[in-house]
Ligand binder design. Structure first.
Ligand code: GLU
Length: 475
């Protein structure tokens, strides 16, 4: 069944830093909810903080969305390109009496708060410029640029049924008259228009963009009553709100830059796959029965806005690695080959043979959690290894050396594939009355620089013959 109003969701990051994990998660929920309902997902860049917004951050957000595969149907829209629209709405509101200009200076506001504190009252704007029948407003002071404030209803209650937290109610008496438009900072482009504040611009945008469902972090829960009141003042339909709890670091503190939170793109560099990030992020705050491992498609099928967790989830790097390991195993080898190539390139190892990288990925991916680990394995195919002295002493014994020399001769002759390599090893073993567990570790140490590898004949077949022969040269 399709709902009468098409579902439209959005993610509205501020370009004042990287796209952090909490925002990526709400982007995922918004995207999955829209996809689940066959609706649309919108990207909006909330760049009204002109001093802190940067183009680099916008780019980072776009890159992160692209990498995660959260395709948006509309946008990116930029709030700073919509100033005229906000300005027009402000003028309408002033005309309708739902907003008014306020000429309080910062010093006056400080004094107001000081006096309220001294009287033991909650600090709030006291409404001195709010027009009311029969009220005389103060004289307009010269040289002060006014702000515009929303005339919040003085009485009554704002309530909504939060998709995550359930019913929430706040008395209007708790809420003061919010600034919705400020004079632009000196020198800012379009200074004459003034800059809308978040709580106002977000409402005009959600209205204009016909957003039906807003998922966001619960740090915004205190903003929602203002926003609902502004929607109502504009006669605009209310979206449904879902406020997701914050993500805690593995130390139980708020996830922050200092506590393990890095950008989404940093996870790409650390060798995580986007589908694993989505899987892991989805489970931080949402569940579908006991399912821990799922694809994007499954998530879209299951994500209907129910089973969102009310309490904060904890970031668990070990679980993320486990989820990534699962998706790495499922991943197509040709795709992994390209990722490993990129990873090796960052280490100064240029490899063109994607087919060999794909075969190597197939062999090693089962024992890796990240693409970085996969590249750690595969690097030995291209970069000289340095066996440890104790491994050489323990495994490349004098007694074994004649067999290793013979094997080297045989390997110089055989076809270069796994079966032929296995055949050469078998013949050498029987000629020297040896067993595989004696020979294999020696080969691993000499050729791979480590004692443990997958089946050695399969591993050797990934190397070039020249590399294997040269690593067996000095026995
Ligand atoms: N720009 C706000 C933020 O990044 C958006 C909040 C919202 O989704 O309404 O937190």
């Amino acid at each position: 069944m399709t709902s009468p109003t098409p579902v439209r969701t959005r993610i509205a990051p501020s370009p004042t830093g990287f796209l952090h994990l909490g925002t990526a998660r709400t982007a995922l929920y918004s995207w999955a909810y829209a996809r689940h309902h066959g609706g649309q997902f919108v990207l909006r860049i909330e760049d009204t903080d002109v001093e802190r917004s940067t183009q680099a951050s916008v780019q980072q957000i776009l890159d992160s969305m692209h990498w995660l595969g959260l395709e948006y149907d509309e946008g990116p829209f930029f709030q700073m390109q919509r100033l005229e629209r906000y300005h027009a709405v402000v003028e309408q509101m002033i005309a309708a009496g739902t907003a008014y200009r306020c000429w309080c200076t910062p010093a006056e506001l400080d004094a107001m708060r000081e006096a309220q504190r001294a009287r033991g009252e909650k600090t709030r704007y006291d409404g001195r410029w709010r027009p009311a029948p029969g009220k005389t407003l103060p004289p307009v002071p010269p040289g002060v640029k006014p702000v515009v404030r929303f005339a919040n209803p003085l009485h009554g209650v704002v309530s909504w049924d939060d998709l995550v937290k359930g019913p929430i109610s706040i008395s209007n008496e708790e809420i003061d008259d919010l600034i919705i438009l400020r004079p632009a900072p000196e020198g800012a482009a379009d200074a004459a228009l003034g800059i809308p504040t978040y709580n106002f611009a977000v409402v005009v945008d959600d209205w204009d963009m016909r957003i039906t469902h807003v998922f966001r972090g619960d740090e915004h829960i205190n903003n929602t009553p203002w926003q609902i009141n502004i929607f109502r003042a504009l006669g605009a339909p209310l979206p449904q709100f879902g406020h997701c709890p914050i993500i805690l670091g593995d130390d139980g503190q708020k996830l922050s830059k200092r506590r393990g939170a890095v950008s989404v793109t940093a996870y790409e560099e650390m060798g995580y796959l986007p589908e694993a990030m989505l899987n892991y992020l989805a489970r931080l705050g949402w569940s579908h029965g006991d399912d821990e491992l799922f694809t994007r498609e499954q998530m879209v099928r299951w994500f209907d806005g129910s089973h969102l967790a009310k309490s904060p989830a904890q970031w668990d790097p070990a679980k993320l690695a486990w989820v990534n390991a699962h998706h790495l195993k499922q991943a197509d080898d040709a795709r992994l080959a390209a990722l490993v190539r990129q990873q090796l390139a960052t280490r100064g190892v240029a490899v063109d043979d994607l087919d060999r990288l794909a075969r190597a990925s197939a062999l090693f991916k089962d024992r890796c959690s990240t693409v970085v680990e996969l590249a750690d394995w595969i690097e030995m195919l291209f970069v000289p290894v340095t066996p440890r002295d104790d491994d050489l002493r323990d495994h490349v014994t004098e007694a074994l050396k004649p067999a290793l020399r013979e094997l080297r001769e045989r390997l110089a002759e055989v076809d270069w594939d796994k079966a032929a390599i296995a055949g050469a090893m078998k013949q050498t073993l029987s000629a020297h009355q040896l067993k595989m567990p004696q020979l294999a570790p020696a080969l691993r140490v000499l050729v791979c620089g480590r004692v443990q590898t997958p089946s050695i004949d399969a591993v050797l077949a990934l190397f070039t013959r020249e590399t294997v022969l040269s690593r067996l040269q000095h026995v």
